[in-house]
Design a binder for this molecule. Structure first.
Ligand SMILES: [Zn+2]
Length: 216
């Protein structure tokens, strides 16, 4: 498993999002091990073995952060019995409300096991050394995380010039009006860790490609 700084990168299987495990155990914090996005929830054995490679189990994870509320990012939340769940205000409503369909469920009818939201994230909040950046567009409450070097971008942007689709619970106007992409393009980023596909170095180039493809 590749480790970039204090982040272990776990490639998603099939429809799973990638998961990123932040080792925060060197800091004095309630949250020693933080996982960002948890996949669909059907790759329990795989995720377990990936955590096992670094001597961890599901029980060791203290905090789950969801970049947004799509099923392929939140479906595995229930695997972490001791973790608090953190997500943005808007997408948190979607996660908690049994009446609100988790967007993108139409491509997968399986019920998501819902978990209550413990922490509602907003712009500027800190997750370990990462700062929360609100990046609505792909969903109304999408967030990215940046620690001054690594950008965890969820499905807002991908490596090699991709931007998350906006027709599955998101909104093109949100993406434009919120300046989500402008905000990301102003950062000086070394590594781009996106929700799907490969994580990459030389991130500024990849971000430029993504933003360019959106405004083309
Ligand atoms: Zn998504």
């Amino acid at each position: 498993m590749e480790k970039i700084s204090n982040v272990y990168c776990i490639a998603g299987m099939m429809a799973d999002s990638n998961s990123y495990l932040i080792d925060n155990s060197d800091n004095d914090s309630d949250f020693n091990y933080i996982i960002v996005d948890t996949g669909v929830g059907q790759s329990e054995d795989y995720l377990s073995s990936q955590l096992g490679e670094i001597g961890l189990s599901f029980e060791d994870i203290d905090l789950v952060v969801n970049t947004h509320c799509h099923f392929d990012h939140v479906g595995g939340n229930h695997l972490f019995p001791n973790a608090k769940i953190a997500i943005s205000e808007i997408d948190g409503d979607c996660l908690e409300d049994p009446e609100s369909p988790i967007p993108i469920c139409f491509v997968q009818t399986r019920e998501i096991k819902r978990r209550d939201v413990d922490i509602r994230l907003k712009e500027g909040d800190k997750i370990a050394d990462f700062e929360v950046i609100e990046t609505p567009g792909h969903t109304a409450g999408g967030i990215s995380l940046f620690d001054g070097s690594i950008l965890i971008s969820g499905d807002t942007i991908f490596s090699h010039g991709g931007v998350g689709r906006m027709d599955i619970g998101g909104n093109m106007e949100d993406m434009k009006n919120s300046n989500s992409l402008d905000k990301l393009s102003k950062l000086d980023v070394e590594y781009l860790l996106s929700g799907h596909g490969p994580w990459v170095s030389n991130a500024n180039e990849h971000i430029k490609m993504s933003v360019g493809s959106f405004y083309f």
